[in-house]
Design a protein around this ligand. Structure first.
Ligand code: NAD
Length: 343
């Protein structure tokens, strides 16, 4: 039989990959610890109806690696990991399923700490917590997304300072794609700083709220790529930066909270060639993990904001290096992370 994990395109010398099966609850899960040099691996638990086991392996390897990079660049004392539960989050959830996951995490003795992710909720994490203390983001101090939005805002400020040589957002036009937990709060901050907003979402209610509160101009979900804007802020889906959208986007800065914005790594270089300053997604959207990590480590809530604001100075360092070395910002961000966790 061919090696199934070691040959996987997303396998990147992950330290440990654990397959968990617990027949009573029906739990089938995979836990991947990518790198723990900086501390215990932290990253959410995704529940998804994967088409097959290979798709689940692919996802957990890719996502856990991403967490190592995100946590390292954010300057957190944690490594990268992720877990996936194979199942339909709408129909297959039971408390015993998450308790069984908690038991599996407990056996790992703290090498991996989980949290909520797509398909799981703070309530599910509370069930995990019945069996282990290696779980974060139980919602005790609320939703982390306002901190993600704060990180996006300071990231956009850094980009404007570097690329447009401006200290103010006054009068800049920002195209915000997705007015959900992150996008709405980010839009609120942009509006308060004097930016004009053009917005798109599939949720009519969110659009109406943003139109009323921020005087935002609404366009269709497809038209958001064509609008005349200074900043494009993807806050909904992944892979929105691809050769097709690149030929349409007018903005000279991309600064948004969505994960995995580049369809392929090459798009980072295409953006650079086009003179667009791309703010690497995993750097700008780390506010939420900073908040969750602080909560887990019992650090005072009051210190979270200062750490999230450091995203701005980290980004300025990345922009300067990228310009100096004539490299895409995405490549420089990866190298910065690697220098921190590969020691
Ligand atoms: P959310 O589900 O609250 O919001 C997403 C919004 O996008 C919704 O309003 C939805 O209607 C809208 N949307 C969906 N399809 C769309 C389309 N085709 N065009 C325009 N809008 C569309 O999610 P969120 O928590 O705000 O997260 C947004 C993005 O940021 C995701 O990619 C997420 O992975 C990433 N992210 C979130 C956090 C966090 O703290 N919540 C942290 C890091 C990264």
């Amino acid at each position: 039989m061919t090696a199934f994990v070691f040959n996987e395109p997303n396998f990147d010398d992950h330290e440990q990959v654990i397959f968990v099966s617990e027949p009573k609850s029906g739990l089938k899960a995979i836990i991947a610890l990518h790198n723990t040099h900086l501390g215990p691996a932290m990253g959410g638990c995704r529940m998804w109806n994967y088409v097959n086991e290979a798709a689940a392996v692919n996802d957990v390897l890719r996502l856990s690696r991403g967490m190592t990079y995100k946590n390292a660049v954010a300057g957190l004392p944690i490594g990268g990991g992720k877990s996936v539960i194979i199942g339909n989050p709408k129909t297959d959830k039971t408390s015993s399923l998450f308790e069984a996951l908690g038991e599996a995490l407990d056996r790992l003795g703290g090498r991996y700490v989980t949290a909520e992710d797509i398909g799981t909720s703070p309530a599910d994490m509370a069930n995990v917590a019945k069996k282990t203390s290696f779980v974060a983001g139980l919602g005790e101090t609320g939703d982390p997304s306002p901190y993600t939005a704060l990180g996006c805002f300071v990231g956009a400020q850094a980009a404007v300072k570097f690329h447009l040589k401006r200290d103010s957002m006054e009068g800049l036009v920002v195209a915000v794609q997705g007015l959900g937990h992150v996008g709405f709060d980010y839009a609120r901050r942009l509006h308060a700083a004097g930016a004009k907003l053009i917005i798109a979402d599939i949720d009519e209610l969110a659009l109406e709220r943003a139109r009323m509160e921020f005087g935002a101009e609404v366009v269709s979900v497809d038209a958001i790529y064509d609008v005349a804007a200074d900043i494009y802020a993807p806050c909904a889906l992944g892979a929105t930066l691809n050769p097709t959208t690149l030929s349409r986007i007018k903005a000279s800065i991309v600064a948004g909270g969505a994960n995995n914005q580049l369809q392929t790594a090459e798009v980072g270089d295409l953006l650079r060639q086009k003179g667009v300053l791309y703010v690497p997604d995993f750097v700008i959207n780390a506010g939420g993990i900073i908040k969750v990590c602080y909560e887990y480590l019992n650090k005072p809530e009051a210190t979270v904001e200062a750490h999230v604001r450091e995203i701005g100075s980290t980004l300025l360092e990345i922009f300067e290096r990228a310009a100096h070395e004539e490299l895409p910002t995405s490549v420089v961000a990866d190298r910065l992370a690697e220098a921190r966790f590969r020691h």
